[in-house]
Design a protein around this ligand. Structure first.
Ligand code: WT7
Length: 651
């Protein structure tokens, strides 16, 4: 079966940026010995500063920290302008549309497109530095132009994943007080057109919206309703725009973007990332973890609506001057050979995806990779959730042809970039293990009670004990929540440290295996769902009295959503199928399809302590079909546990 460790490919390692564990350890030591010196040197080397920074790290107001104070830069300049001299004709973006249409955008072309877009936002919509712009877009090049155009003029973008509903979009627009929404009429999925603009219309329909203008990229040219004075066609407005637009000099700590993500309580929070630290680590991790070379072609299958798409489709690859592939379609359409066909055609060298995708491709197309010439592949990546050994084995042997390193990258929306990951030329990899913290990241597994670093074989909370450049700078509009969410749980030597929300365990060699969330966050197909959000949606159904939602292992998705629902009507459910459908429809409306429940049980009650706290652990065990180990005698009504167990067994 699987080996314990796989050594890096020797041929690959020879030319890798970090060639062996000695080099890795040297970098780790350098960061430990002189943390600010380490980061200051990289910031000087990697970033094309307009004005140099005067101070590396300011922790006076921790956890609100400042990196590279005094420095001025522009992220669009870093990603585009500075490459024009040596790479103007190099492909920046290779786009493959859903229906197989292709577009190659060179760095020079990207420069013109982004400049025109930036001029449009400035001149036609009056967008200024610091304004929030919501981007609700399909995976088309204009989405990347929109991000970079915002960065160029200093506007703060907030991308909302195209799968989110009108309600979810409205919440995010309102929380960010966005002035402009950039969207598309729609796009294509499995060759059929689908629509986005009508969702924006619905989100703005209630009135009282901060949004003044909506910019519509016409992709599928389906019929639309246009609101006069509010909605404008990008395709029209862009025509007469100048291809030159100065890049706004930004302070290192000016905000770059917001990205809303789920927490364990309440509404999604607007994770704020700032300019210099974010782009520095995006670029450095691209170079170290994927080891992309000048002539390489790199493909990350994420959607730009998630942090992976921000850092590893757009910002990271472009900051380092790489060629990044952008794909509009569905990786299993027309069949599960689609990605391997693309690897063959574009001679893709690095391929980065989520375990969910690997499981689907494995299940539905086990023998597909062998049908194509995928010998160009050098590094494979996974992200978003723990990968299981069978999927890992197939990925390593069939896709990686037993010669490619698999980088199991552990990170989060809040970390901006990878924090724990193998380096493909250096780290012996262990299946389904994120291995070691990257140099410069002081990642430690701590005991939540004592703050002590746990020993080999022990588990604890995955923490980062020093601030790092690409860390979250705040929760938009809610500094209290920032402190409470990330710096409230674990103290080391009496000082609050960043806690990821994940549990982890050390192996003998210091390797870190992430064991999953310790809070009420479910990881569905690598996407974070807060149980509280799903519960709030379900409660909107008139007949729901109480609800508790937990995660349950799912063959493809990693985790599925399992809901225990107590109805108001005493007679129980007249038509269970209808009720399930009605509740799922509310979830689709409130959040989106990704939050639809896999299982629903109409329970007679929920297991609660006498103080009224729902015992989710019991519900998790029942969902998994595990024996209940908790003491249930102290529950308000212990008999409810057996009743629910019996119902679930019957499901
Ligand atoms: C959560 C972050 C990071 C971009 C995509 C998701 C889980 C992430 C791994 C991994 C095990 C992982 C964690 C984390 N996670 N990467 N390699 N192994 N678990 O970003 O939506 O912010 O979710 O995803 O639970 O906290 P996100």
């Amino acid at each position: 079966m699987l080996q314990e460790l796989y050594q890096p490919n020797k041929e690959f390692a020879k030319n890798a940026r970090i060639k062996n564990m000695c080099e890795y350890n040297e970098l780790v030591d350098a960061a430990n010995e002189d943390y600010e010196g380490f980061w200051g040197a990289f910031a000087n080397e990697k970033i094309d500063w307009f004005e140099p920074f005067t101070n590396v790290l300011n922790e006076t107001n921790a956890p609100f920290v400042k990196w590279f104070e005094g420095g001025k830069l522009n992220v669009a300049h870093q990603c585009i302008d500075r490459h024009i001299e040596s790479r103007k004709n190099k492909a920046a973006i290779i786009f493959e549309g859903d229906r197989g249409d292709k577009q190659i955008i060179t760095y020079l072309e990207l420069y013109y497109q982004v400049n025109k877009f930036a001029n449009l936002l400035k001149e036609d919509f009056g967008v200024k530095k610091g304004d929030r712009v919501v981007i609700y877009m399909p995976m088309i090049p204009e989405a990347a132009y929109a991000m970079l155009a915002c960065a160029r003029i200093g506007a703060i973008h907030s991308i909302v994943f195209g799968g989110f509903s009108a309600e979810a979009l409205r919440d995010r627009i309102n929380d960010a007080e966005a002035k402009v929404v950039i969207t598309a009429d729609g796009a294509y999925r499995k060759t059929k057109p689908y629509m986005l603009k009508p969702v924006v219309d619905e989100a703005l329909a209630e009135g009282n919206s901060p949004v003044e203008k909506v910019l519509v990229v016409e992709r599928n040219n389906e019929d639309l309703e246009w609101v006069a004075g509010r909605d404008y066609s990008y395709n029209e407005l862009i025509k007469d725009k100048s291809p030159e637009c100065p890049a706004e000099p930004m302070d290192s700590e000016d905000p770059l973007f917001l990205l809303y993500t789920s927490g364990s309580t309440g509404k999604p929070k607007g994770v704020q990332h700032n300019q210099a630290g974010y782009i520095l680590w995006a670029q450095m991790t691209m170079e170290w973890v994927f080891d992309v070379k000048e002539n390489d072609t790199y493909w990350c299958t994420a959607d730009i609506g998630w942090i992976t798409g921000h850092t590893y489709i757009v910002y990271g690859p472009l900051a380092m001057g790489a060629t990044t592939v952008m794909f509009e379609g569905v990786i299993t359409y027309p069949d599960a050979g689609r990605p391997w066909k693309m690897v063959e055609e574009y001679k893709i060298n690095q391929f980065y995806t989520a375990p969910t995708a690997i499981r689907v491709l494995h299940k539905t197309g086990e023998n597909e990779p062998a049908k194509y010439d995928i010998s160009s592949l050098k590094v494979l990546g996974t992200v978003g959730e723990p990968i299981d050994p069978p999927a890992w084995k197939w990925y390593y042997e069939e896709v990686g042809q037993s010669k490619c390193a698999i980088v199991d990258t552990y990170w989060q929306t809040e970390t901006g970039g990878h924090i724990v990951s193998p380096l493909p030329g250096a780290t012996p990899i262990k299946p389904a293990c994120a291995t070691l913290p990257l140099p410069g990241i002081i990642g430690e597994i701590l005991d939540p009670e004592t703050g002590r670093k746990v020993g080999a074989g022990e588990s604890g909370y995955m923490c980062v004990t020093r601030p790092w450049p690409s860390m979250i700078r705040g929760v938009w509009g809610d500094p209290e929540r920032f402190i409470k969410s990330y710096f409230g749980d674990v103290k080391k030597d009496g000082k609050a440290v960043y806690f990821t929300g994940d549990g982890a365990v050390y192996g003998e060699n210091g390797y870190i295996t992430i064991t999953g969330r310790t809070d009420d966050v479910i990881n569905v197909s690598g996407h974070r769902m807060g149980t509280a959000e799903v519960e709030a949606a379900i409660k909107k159904h008139w007949n729901v009295a109480e609800v508790a939602v937990v995660g349950k292992p799912h063959e493809i998705k990693g985790e599925g959503i399992f809901a225990y629902i107590v109805l108001k009507s005493d007679e129980g459910v007249a038509d269970e199928v209808e009720e399930v459908k009605a509740i799922n429809n509310i979830i689709k409306k409130e959040i989106g399809n990704i939050a639809v429940c896999d299982d629903m049980v109409f329970a007679p009650g929920l297991p609660k302590t006498r103080s009224g706290k729902i015992m989710r652990r019991i519900l998790r065990s029942i969902a998994k079909g595990e024996p209940i180990t908790q003491d249930i005698s102290t529950l308000e009504d212990p008999s409810v546990v057996e009743k629910i167990e019996n119902m679930v067994k019957g499901v």
